[in-house]
Design a protein around this ligand. Structure first.
Ligand code: NAP
Length: 203
């Protein structure tokens, strides 16, 4: 796939590095073309402006701070790309959400692009290390467009992880709240791994 990345920070490098290794064509875009090219050079891919990345990608990863997400998307021509929203609008120190329905809000400003929420439930360090040992990490994805969901599911598998279809974009707000919930537990020294029963014993 041709993947454009909006942002040249931790998530851009973590996910971009994995997808480049998996053989995808990548373009890293940043508000500083120089910084985006530096990250692109480290990954062995091209770098440039945010708009160049948006135009390049049939899939576009939005990897900027949540507070900059809407303005970034509004300023770009995304065509009918698949736009992956991995943002977490987490407040500190309370670790709750500053914005209720980030992915849905982004979708309203993304023109014809089809938004999929994904990759917000684990840290960049986890994506860099994927696949983890043991049971493959499940990656919840929420969206309304089947082709976009299929593309993102493949990108999840390319990390050695397991896509978990978690419903429509309307449900992305639950995934956003889940991330805040989990981060609060991790920051408090707890573990989330054992929180849910296996499917066969869930009811
Ligand atoms: N890091 C994680 O573990 C993690 C996990 C899950 C989800 N996320 C989410 O992923 C997104 C990216 O996180 P990150 O850790 O990659 O952040 P980061 O390392 O701080 O990188 C942020 C990127 O966004 C750019 N940026 C900052 N302010 C901007 C603005 N006003 N307009 C346009 N671009 C701007 C930065 O550009 P400059 O280089 O020019 O400053 C940088 O390229 C966030 O929404 C975060 O909530 C992060």
């Amino acid at each position: 796939m041709r993947i454009g990345i909006l942002g040249n920070g931790s998530m851009a490098e973590a996910l971009g590095g994995q997808w480049a290794k998996a053989g995808h064509e990548l373009f890293v875009g940043g508000r500083s073309v120089e910084r985006a090219r530096e990250v692109g050079d480290r990954l062995g891919v091209r770098g440039g402006s945010l708009q160049d990345a948006a135009a390049f990608g049939e899939v576009v990863l939005l990897a900027v701070p949540a507070e900059a997400a809407v303005a970034t998307v509004r300023a770009l021509e995304l065509g009918n790309s698949t736009l992956i929203d991995c943002t977490n609008a987490i407040t500190h120190p309370g670790i709750t959400l500053a914005v209720d329905a980030m992915a849905e809000t982004i979708s309203r400003y993304a023109g014809q692009a089809r938004v999929v929420k994904a990759f917000n439930l684990a840290a960049d360090s986890v994506w860099r290390r994927a696949p983890l040992s043991g049971q493959p990490l499940g990656v919840p994805i929420c969206g309304d467009d089947q082709h976009a969901l299929d593309q993102v599911a493949q990108l999840v598998r390319d990390l050695g992880c397991e896509p978990v279809h978690a419903g429509s974009l309307e449900r992305a707000r639950l995934l956003e709240a889940t991330a805040a919930f989990a981060i609060g537990i991790w920051f408090g020294g707890g573990d989330t791994r054992g929180l849910f029963p296996p499917k066969d014993e869930a009811f």
